[in-house]
Design a protein around this ligand. Structure first.
Ligand code: HGY
Ligand code: MN
Ligand code: MN
Length: 416
């Protein structure tokens, strides 16, 4: 008996309730979510997620970096599963949807197949990737980067947060250092649903973004060494002001990004002044920088021009500026056949759509280097994300989850 799946839809109410129920773990007063990776709040949502996947009939695995894999059996268990999912950690001033939508929609896809008593040919694997955000521990998309072979597990376990806590200790503190090596569960492919985190879909009144590319990223750690001295008694020409030097670097990053626009962006998101004091000229500070472009040659140009500009600022201001490149992720070209599968599922469901390049990085971008991968976007209000105002509609979240459902069915095949 062939099962007619064309009208199958996820339970929109259930997905919406899950998104808002899990937002309690790390809820902020302004309606956002602060759930940094491997914190107590992350442990709470992980426990909720593991229980829900188990209740949905999945076999749950946890690897040595805490990534959670929930496998729904398929008829042929010798076949590698279709991976779906995203991440449950957030930024310090995060929202309810970034990462969470894709992870909970994957759970809802499995529940929908259960309700319809559909057995797929291939197994399906829901994945919650550890530390996608990279806010507490660098790099971002950390666990999927190890899965893709960009870093070793040993290297990542030793990465430390601003308080000196290692990834390994943080995993142990929440009980999510699994025993399975990263990569033991081989995925056939990976499809990730995510909010766009940008303004295009909303501006063009499109429900679905069929993501075919993703920007490349360079992260830097910077240190500026000037000379701390009296804010009142030190004549201006004699100052070696680290913060004034950084201010020039900040504006130079903006100038370079605009000069290479519209396909380049850049920002300095963190600054820490050592021993700050109102009446002391800043002598030592640390900062972090994020540059992006969909074009590898533009990333090279930004890196080169930035280096030259920083050297000139340091010389003129008689300070030392050390800029260390700590991560480079090449631009992503998602798998054409998988992107087509997303576009065809979207078309069958009748949703308005367009191709888009992702401005943000995602676990699917890392995985794209080692397996066929693709992404589905839905709009977010005013294109805002990484902000407690992040918002989306129930209808759009459901539309994205339905596209994920039908894409997965086309990839996994229906046994009965
Ligand atoms: O940085 C990023 O693009 C992602 O949100 N971690
Ligand atoms: Mn995300
Ligand atoms: Mn994010």
């Amino acid at each position: 008996m062939t099962t007619n799946v064309s009208n199958l839809q996820i339970d929109a109410e259930q997905l919406w309730n899950d998104i808002h129920d899990t937002a309690q773990f790390g809820a902020t007063a302004k309606g956002g979510v602060k759930r940094l990776t491997l914190t107590a709040e992350d442990e709470q949502v992980r426990d909720w997620f593991r229980a829900a996947c188990t209740a949905a009939g999945c076999e749950v695995h946890v690897d040595t970096l805490g990534t959670i894999y929930a496998i729904r059996p398929g008829r042929d268990m010798t076949l590698e599963p279709i991976g779906i999912g995203s991440h449950l950690d957030t930024q310090p001033t995060g929202g309810k949807y970034d990462g969470i939508l894709g992870t909970l929609a994957a759970l809802e896809v499995v529940r929908t197949l259960n309700r319809a008593e559909i057995e797929t040919e291939r197994p399906i694997c829901i994945v919650n990737w550890t530390n996608e955000e990279g806010s507490r521990f660098a790099p971002a998309m950390m666990a999927s980067a190890v899965y893709a072979g960009d870093f070793t597990t040993e290297d990542i376990l030793e990465r430390r947060d601003a308080d000196g806590v290692s990834v390994g200790d943080a995993l142990d503190a929440i009980g999510y250092r699994g025993s399975e090596p990263v990569g033991q569960i081989r995925l056939n492919s990976f499809v990730e649903l995510h909010i766009e985190q940008g303004p295009i879909l909303e501006a063009e009144n499109k429900t679905i973004g069929v993501v075919d590319h993703g920007q490349g990223i360079i992260w830097y750690d910077g240190k500026i060494t000037g000379f701390a001295s009296h804010a009142g008694a030190t004549p201006m020409p004699l100052r070696r002001d680290a913060l004034a030097a950084l201010s020039e670097v900040v504006l130079k990053v903006e100038e370079l990004a605009l000069a290479h626009g519209p396909h380049a962006v850049g920002t300095i998101g963190e600054v820490t002044i050592a021993n700050p004091s109102r009446n002391v000229i800043a002598g030592d500070l640390a900062f972090t920088m994020d540059l992006r472009s969909p074009d590898s040659a533009t990333l090279d140009a930004l890196d080169r021009e930035l280096g030259a500009a920083v050297a000139a600022i340091a010389a003129r201001r008689r300070v030392d500026i050390a800029l260390e490149r700590v991560w480079r992720k090449e631009p992503t070209h998602f798998n054409a056949a998988l992107v087509d599968a997303v576009e065809q599922a979207t078309g069958r469901l009748g949703y308005s759509h367009r191709r888009v390049t992702s401005g943000a990085g995602h676990d699917a971008c890392n995985l794209s280097a080692v397996m066929p991968a693709a992404m589905i976007f839905v709009p977010c209000k005013d294109g805002v994300s990484h902000n407690e105002l992040e918002d989306a509609t129930q209808a759009d979240c459901a539309a994205g989850a339905n596209v994920l459902l039908h894409t997965v069915i086309s990839l996994a095949g229906v046994a009965k």
